[in-house]
Ligand binder design. Structure first.
Ligand code: GLU
Length: 428
């Protein structure tokens, strides 16, 4: 468990420093890009259903907006820390740059557990969050979105609060809104589907037919769910998935050698990805330890839960069958585990490339909001596939050409683009 508590912001900075050195980046750009441009910390008082008032701590971090408005999700999590938000904001900058969309990087959070809050209490948190930063976010400044344990309804409450304050219709203030309320078709699927587009491309490069591939997924939230969906559509089998059990307050891995069926999965989980164990058992899925997802004899591992999940204590449990690691989550691999994966020559699809489908579709949502004209789902998904595939190919070509690890190749492309934008603006 040595590196389990690794500080994600230190990790993000270390990764940046190493690549900045490789790129021989000037010192001014290094100092500027290794820390966020702006941060907001605030308290959100909420009158609870019990009649008492509880104060929730909220954050918004804008890492960089040289290439466009800051962009990134808002997480609701009981263990949220400002350093996690800083790391995630930084990764958003690299994520938007690697897929070459005109946006910067930001992230927000609230220390809370929505699984333990009523809808009304969650609505008050959303409205309070927006009231606290309404003057610092907006369609041309910083555009939030869903993330861990937030979804379309949360986004809509926030948009509504913003519109009340500003007096007008501003659908472009936030993305991930419900369809029909300014949301884009395909946004719900986008992150998971994007993960699978990159897996498809990686398998092609390795000469593996996706129909013969098997996967083990960690996390049954939005990303994990739609990863399972598209893998199944491509004829690949997800044989294991780990899900959070809110009664036992721990995760379990569910295994089904014939493949976890997407529709059954959806029926067994709630909107936070927490599982109903009775349902899972009724399907004949075998219940294993939470960490057992790592130890499965599969072609692809998809950590799609949270930070530090592939670490020094479990990376050695990975089977030799694993050919690809697709980081659906942000920062799921600690430096120690990453070094081991690199040494073993496993094809790594790094987080800010692998899970960029969500923000790419958010960008499409903004474009549709600006036009006030909405595309068919097929058009959205085709455009998404194209963006993800192009980005994957550019990173993989860079890795081959410079003989570097995929994560470093992705960083090289992104850092160059962002540093260039800062330079052109005359900031550094
Ligand atoms: N929260 C997602 C991410 O980490 C999506 C962000 C967005 O759509 O702005 O990439």
């Amino acid at each position: 468990m040595a590196d389990m508590a690794f500080n994600p912001f230190e990790m993000a900075q270390k990764q940046f420093d190493a690549v900045a050195e490789k790129l021989d980046l000037d010192q001014g750009s290094r100092d500027f890009l290794r820390t966020p441009m702006r941060e907001y910390h605030f308290n959100i008082p909420v009158r609870m259903d019990s009649g008492t008032t509880k104060v929730f701590k909220g954050f918004r971090v804008q890492h960089n907006d040289a290439r466009g408005p800051a962009k990134g999700g808002i997480r609701f999590h009981p263990h949220e820390t400002v350093d996690t938000v800083r790391a995630l904001a930084t990764w958003m900058t690299w994520k938007c740059a690697v897929v070459d969309i005109p946006l910067g990087g930001g992230k927000g959070g609230v220390i809370c557990d929505p699984r333990e809050l009523s809808d009304r209490e969650q609505e008050q948190i959303c409205r309070g969050w927006m009231r606290s930063v309404a003057r610092n976010v907006g369609p041309v400044q910083d555009v939030p979105a869903p993330d861990v344990m937030t979804h379309g309804q949360h986004m809509l409450w926030m948009m509504d609060e913003y519109e009340h304050l500003m007096g007008g219709q501003y659908p472009g203030v936030i993305t991930g809104k419900p369809v029909g309320m300014g949301g884009s078709l395909g946004r719900t699927e986008a992150t998971g589907y994007g993960v699978v587009y990159t897996i498809r491309e990686a398998l092609k490069e390795l000469g593996i037919d996706i129909k013969t591939a098997t996967a083990s997924v960690q996390g049954a939230g939005n990303v994990g769910q739609y990863t399972v969906d598209l893998l199944q559509k491509y004829g690949a089998k997800t044989i294991a998935i780990s899900c959070w059990d809110n009664n036992d307050k721990k995760a379990y891995t569910y295994r089904c050698m014939g493949g976890i069926d997407f529709q059954k999965l959806l029926a067994a989980i709630d909107k936070f990805g927490t599982v109903d164990p009775a349902k899972a058992k009724s399907y004949g899925w075998e219940q294993l330890d939470g960490d057992a997802w790592v130890e499965q004899e599969v072609t692809v591992l998809v950590p799609a839960a949270q930070e530090n999940m592939l670490n020094g204590s479990n990376v050695h449990k990975m089977k030799a069958s694993v050919k690809v690691i697709a980081e659906g989550a942000n920062g799921p691999t600690t430096p120690e585990a990453d070094a081991e994966i690199c040494k073993r020559g496993i094809f790594m699809i790094p987080d800010f490339l692998c899970n960029a489908g969500g923000v790419t579709c958010s960008y499409f949502e903004q474009v549709q909001n600006n036009m006030n004209y909405y595309w068919e789902k097929e058009e959205v998904l085709n455009k998404l596939d194209q963006k993800m595939t192009n980005a994957f190919k550019a990173v993989s070509a860079m890795a081959r050409e410079k003989k570097v690890y995929m994560r470093d190749a992705a960083y090289m492309i992104s850092i160059k683009r962002v540093a260039e934008a800062c330079h052109l603006r005359g900031w550094v």
